[in-house]
Design a protein around this ligand. Structure first.
Ligand code: K7E
Ligand code: CUA
Length: 660
């Protein structure tokens, strides 16, 4: 093959020199690239963005996004920089592709029963990767369900949900999940407050009967579960507690929790009362809650709590007496509270204030020690004087929401109303970039449109990576094909690898299955997932071998005591064994299946019509499900994953003989 050579000048002319493209072994040349660029109307910047993001087949992404899935109730896993969707993790919502909730997973979903009722969906907002010393360790993922105040635990060895806990005190959360720097606790705080346990009380009793709370869920890393017996809550005023962040390094031991509705508004537009949107935004300031969780843990361990709804709760009076909670004013309609990498500052953004407000933990600690209070709130909680704890305010633009950090002293704030990402310098504390304290807006990159959260690579840890930032935009408007009136949300990847004003959008990724809120971006090599389950007969629920798991040569159908049939089945390319199963109408059926494959990706599905059974059996996995064979008939069961050339033959008959 002849290698055509392009002059350096020609490369420059094409603006492609940075791409390092040359004639390939396939005879493609720069002129082919130019031709395609011309045909498709691509600029040099477009070609550069393509080169930065295009990931050839077989090449693995450097980072993974773990994104909330909004009211899909799930988590999405996306590669960066390719922005390829890698996986949905089924959490609060049954999901047939991974067999979640159709024979497997019902027990976990049932743990989260709300007032005894099934709520088979969730509204996931804030994923939290487990941390060790304030850095992601790639082991666990937690996420909240705003709609029903639940928390899920996901094991990152197999990317499956292992536990769902329902908060016994409140019915709606938002400030969760956030973890302590070593993941001892997972925080969850209430938002739309209710009386304890969501009991009935009219809104006229709001001040006295309605309560907020933050729950500290104890995480048992060894068991891989939240330990409810070592978890507790702290009573809060019935403001609407919003987003939070946990302190680290200099601020380790504290939780910073925003609130809105310090007005205690209760709405009532139909009675000509101020609607919530006005009533909640009347005050010029709301309250940042500064909670000393390490002290609270000691108070709990000393038994200074009340049992409410069967759950230990530290009362507001105890918090006042013990100095657990301090408030301080924060600008109008605060939303995000984000702790800087070294933990010395807390960045708060008020949606109705064009500034971010930066609080200093050093000043907070001094103000607490010196009792520099400007008063107390309606519930007697001390309010730290704003000027005594505020470090700086930076005018970043309209509608600031959330802030993330880079390794080089930059902070990034999402601007909902401006539809932009603001880059600003963080007080010069990080050295080379700004030796002098300098809080300056550097650049605003427009995004499309109405950005909510934003995520920088490891941008909320003690060691942010920089390089990439993703804008999680609420609106897409004209960016994609008009898929009817409902449009996808738009994830936009920004290159933040260079300092200064260069911070372009380099990729658009539509998310068409749920409105995501927060997401975290972790270096891919920090994860160490299993390629196949460690042993044949593995039960993902217990993460151990199931002694009942069917094994080769032990396949059988056993009729137990009157009316119970137990099936021991194996699956391997390309058959189930047994292939004929006959039971009597009314029999209770206990069905075990093991996928005895050891080859990577040799997943078998297992579907039984009518009986609503649909499993995904990954290599080595065993599953057990039970049902009553109440409907007579002949039901072909089959493998739902195209696993081999003879996949279509991977089936059998489940026959239910009518009772007379
Ligand atoms: Cu959507 Cu964090 Cu729930 Cu802001 S929250 S956008
Ligand atoms: Cu197994 Cu298809």
């Amino acid at each position: 093959m002849t290698r055509k050579r392009l002059s350096t000048r020609a490369l420059f002319a094409a603006g492609l020199c940075t791409l390092g493209l040359a004639t390939s072994a396939w005879g493609q040349s720069m002129s082919d690239v130019q031709k395609v660029a011309k045909e498709r109307g691509l600029s040099t910047a477009d070609l550069l963005a393509a080169a930065q993001t295009f990931t050839p087949s077989g090449k693995i992404d450097d980072y993974l996004i773990f994104s909330s899935g909004g009211h899909s109730g799930q988590v999405f896993v996306i590669g960066v920089p390719s922005m390829r969707l890698l996986r949905t993790i089924a959490v609060f919502t049954p999901e047939p592709w991974q067999g979640w909730g159709y024979g497997v997973g019902e027990d976990v979903l049932a743990e989260g029963l709300v007032k005894g009722k099934e709520n088979l969906w969730g509204d996931t907002h804030h994923p939290a990767l487990s941390e060790t010393k304030g850095d992601y360790d790639g082991e666990w993922l937690f996420i909240n369900d705003k709609a029903n105040a639940r928390i899920a635990v996901i094991d990152l060895r197999d990317f499956e949900t292992k536990q769902i806990v329902k908060n016994p005190l409140f019915i709606n959360d938002h400030g969760g999940t956030f973890v302590t720097p070593d993941t001892e606790y997972i925080f969850e705080s209430s938002q739309y407050n209710v009386p304890w346990g969501a009991a009935y009380a009219p809104t006229s009793d709001y001040e006295d009967e309605y309560r907020g709370a933050v729950t500290m869920w104890k995480f048992d890393r060894k068991a891989g579960r939240i330990d409810k017996s070592k978890s507790f809550a702290i009573e809060l005023p019935p403001y609407w507690q919003d987003v939070a962040d946990c302190g680290k390094l200099e601020s380790d031991g504290y939780l910073f929790l925003n609130s809105i509705n310090t007005e205690l508004a209760t709405g009532g537009i139909e009675d000509k009362k101020p609607p919530f949107e006005a009533g909640v935004s009347m005050n010029a300031t709301d309250y940042l809650h500064i909670i000393n969780w390490k002290k609270a843990e000691k108070v709990y361990q000393a038994g200074k709590y009340d049992m409410i709804e069967g759950f230990p709760v530290i009362s507001m009076q105890t918090s006042i007496d013990e100095g657990l909670i301090y408030l301080t004013p924060e600008p109008r309609s605060p939303h995000g509270a984000d702790v800087t990498p070294k933990g010395e500052f807390i960045v708060v953004s008020g949606k109705l204030d064009p500034h971010t407000t930066i609080y200093s933990i050093d000043k907070i600690k001094k103000a607490i020690a010196n009792k520099t209070f400007s008063g107390s709130d309606a519930y007697g909680l001390p309010v730290l004087d704003f000027d005594a704890v505020m470090e700086a305010q930076v005018e970043v633009g309209l509608g600031p929401l959330h802030t993330q950090f880079g390794p080089d002293g930059y902070a990034y704030t999402s601007l909902f109303l401006d539809s932009a990402v603001a880059r600003w310098t963080l007080g010069g504390v990080y050295g080379p970039l700004n030796p002098e304290p300098d809080w300056t807006l550097v650049k605003k990159t427009p995004v499309q449109y109405n950005i909510g959260h934003l995520g920088a690579a490891e941008g909320d840890t003690v060691s942010p990576d920089g390089k990439y930032l993703v804008a999680f935009n609420k609106w897409a408007v004209d960016r994609f094909f008009q898929t009817g009136p409902l449009l996808p949300q738009n994830f936009q990847l920004l290159d933040i690898s260079q300092q200064g004003t260069h911070m372009p959008v380099i990729y658009d990724m539509p998310i068409g299955m749920g409105e995501p809120h927060y997401a975290q971006i972790i270096k891919a090599d920090k994860l160490n997932p299993w390629a196949v389950y460690p042993e044949i007969g593995w039960d993902p629920q217990t993460q151990s071998v199931d002694p009942w798991a069917p094994r080769p040569k032990m396949e059988r159908v056993e009729r137990k005591e009157e009316g119970t049939v137990e099936i021991f089945m194996t699956a391997v390319r390309s058959h189930f064994n047994p292939e004929h199963i006959t039971v009597k109408q009314g029999d209770k059926v206990i069905w075990h299946i093991t996928n005895i494959e050891r080859a990577v990706d040799a997943t078998h599905g297992f579907a039984v019509p009518v009986y609503d059974i649909n499993l995904s059996l990954e290599p080595g996995e065993t599953a057990t499900f039970e049902f009553v064979a109440d409907t007579p008939g002949t039901f072909p069961y089959y493998c739902t994953e195209f696993c081999s050339a003879l996949h279509l033959e991977m089936m059998g008959y489940f026959m239910v003989e009518p009772a007379d």
